[in-house]
Design a protein around this ligand. Structure first.
Ligand code: UDX
Ligand code: ADP
Length: 459
């Protein structure tokens, strides 16, 4: 079959894989290829066990794979054929040199730009999909334009707003699609090409077009605002625990003001995920590099409050368990950074485990999807950790349970049975406020929610 256009996506990760699968499904006249340097990952995309767990994704991939969606490691050939190239390689926070711990590490991304130049023999549209620091498009253009063959590359920014666990739904029904382009004739023409792709299923009024820099910055700001809401309510949760107020009631009361809105006001042990911290630190770095110290500090506090919340959670566990957890088994219910994903990047559970191990606790981790990743995350940590798919076994003989992830199945567990198998006094620290605290208390647990008074049987 003759395809209208060839789309290539470089980077078969959390962003590239699902996005391309949905584009292929919605645009059957386009040929979509996803390439990656990671052979195992590409093999997985071509197998029955795709490498990412996302509700609904499996079906989409199976429907279009080998029809107009292809996964390959042949990057040069993919680049050659492509009319439109999405770049969604990873951009972790730099761990070395200038900007370490804050700026994005752009080495994968720059390598990609050089590869595009090396293997292109016709004009192409390049779409930035990875979250990148503002003005990266400009740097990319410089690399792309430094070719002597007269090939024109038009760079667009098209940040991804999908959230893990709801990626397919977010792709099907996005609040908005954002496309940034130069306001030149070539820029606007490239923009139209990309708008046409999304317009296959997204209403036009939800496709926002801006200049390149606004688009790049909007992505960072969107995530910074979301994370800020969580840090704001978490700051209040600390106050609630002291002041005998209930953070859930406060969230509801405050979120009922339509100007504030109800979403993203659930207090928790802290936010995780690959984006929030990274994007905020990026914003902080950019602000600092423009000499805007107050702006940088303002946003930096969103991350600091998150660290405080995680630390506070562990401190509370140790304090309430008579100031020692040494030699005590503690079951962590959940390790993923949120429910419905196996992803553990920046999961609060990592820091909580590390701190509990420092206190010499025996940590037993259970999670329906994230145990493999947990093992990788903790491989270099010293201490007693066990991994147990069955939550009942994880809690067997434990002194305490700490809920780290809001998995639905934890709400439906038989806590009478769990209580019976635990050491007494038995503690539950609900880092997600998902359990029925009153019922747990009646069973006999000492219950410590986030941002609410504890329910204990102690005098
Ligand atoms: C986020 C953005 O939502 C998405 O638009 C962007 O493209 C990528 O980053 P994601 O990291 O998948 O998506 O997860 P999200 O659902 O935003 O949750 C982030 C973290 O905040 C999780 O650890 C979650 O448990 C926590 N959270 C979320 C809270 O603690 N309270 C809330 O009310 C909401
Ligand atoms: P994201 O959440 O941004 O999608 P991931 O880490 O899940 O990030 O995916 C990024 C993917 O990009 C990884 O599978 C990685 O192997 C791939 N990648 C990194 N550098 C290159 C490159 N130069 N060429 C092709 N793929 C790359």
């Amino acid at each position: 079959m003759e395809f209208k256009r060839n789309i290539l996506c470089i980077g078969a990760g959390y962003v590239g894989g699902p996005t391309m699968a949905v584009i292929a499904q919605k645009c059957p006249e386009y040929r979509v290829e996803v390439v990656d340097i990671n052979e195992a990952r590409i093999d997985a995309w071509n197998s029955d066990e795709i490498p990412i767990y996302e509700p609904g994704l499996d079906e989409v991939v199976k429907e279009v794979r080998d029809k107009n969606l292809f996964f390959s490691t042949d990057i040069p050939n993919g680049i050659k054929k492509a009319d439109i190239i999405f770049v969604s390689v990873n951009t972790p926070t730099k761990t070395f040199g200038e900007g370490a711990g804050m700026a994005s590490d752009l080495q994968y991304w720059e390598k990609t730009a050089h590869e595009i130049v090396a293997h292109s023999d016709k004009n192409k549209i390049i779409v930035e999909k990875s979250t990148l620091p503002v003005r990266t498009a400009e740097a990319m253009e410089r690399i792309l334009k430094a070719n002597s063959r007269g090939i024109k590359f038009e760079v667009l920014s098209n940040p991804e707003f999908l959230a893990e666990g709801s990626a397919v739904r977010d792709l099907y029904e996005p609040d908005r699609v954002l496309i940034g382009a130069h306001r030149s004739d070539d820029g606007l023409e490239a923009e139209r090409e990309l708008v046409d792709i999304y317009a296959h299923w997204v209403p036009r009024e939800r496709i926002i077009t801006t200049n390149l820099w606004s688009s790049e910055l909007s992505k960072l700001v969107a995530n910074a605002f979301l994370a800020q809401r969580i840090s704001s309510i978490n700051a209040i949760s600390a106050l609630c625990e002291k002041a005998d107020a209930d953070v859930s009631e406060i969230s509801y009361a405050v979120g009922s003001d339509s100007r504030v809105g109800a979403k993203f006001l659930n207090s928790s042990v802290g936010f995780g995920g690959s984006c929030f911290k990274k994007d905020i630190l990026n914003l902080v770095y950019i602000a600092k590099s423009y000499g805007l110290a107050e702006v940088a500090e303002y946003w930096e506090w969103v991350v600091r409050m998150n660290e405080y919340q995680k630390e506070r959670f562990v401190r509370r566990i140790v304090k309430e368990m008579f100031n020692t957890v040494a030699g005590k088994k503690i079951a962590l219910f959940g390790f993923a950074f949120k429910a419905n994903t196996g992803d553990t990047r920046e999961s609060p559970a990592i820091m909580v485990t590390e701190r509990l191990l420092e206190e010499r606790a025996l940590v037993s981790i259970t999670d329906p999807k994230a145990l493999d990743n947990a093992k990788l995350d903790l491989s270099e940590m010293n201490g007693a950790v066990t991994y147990e798919p069955d939550p009942y076994k994880a809690a067997d003989g434990a002194y305490a349970i700490a809920v780290m992830t809001e998995w639905q199945e934890y709400k439906d567990l038989d806590f009478e049975k769990i209580y019976a198998s635990m050491k007494k006094p038995a503690f539950i620290f609900d880092g997600r406020n998902i359990l029925d605290h009153k019922k747990l208390y009646e069973i006999g647990f000492n219950v410590y929610p986030i941002g609410k008074s504890a329910l204990t049987h102690f005098e």
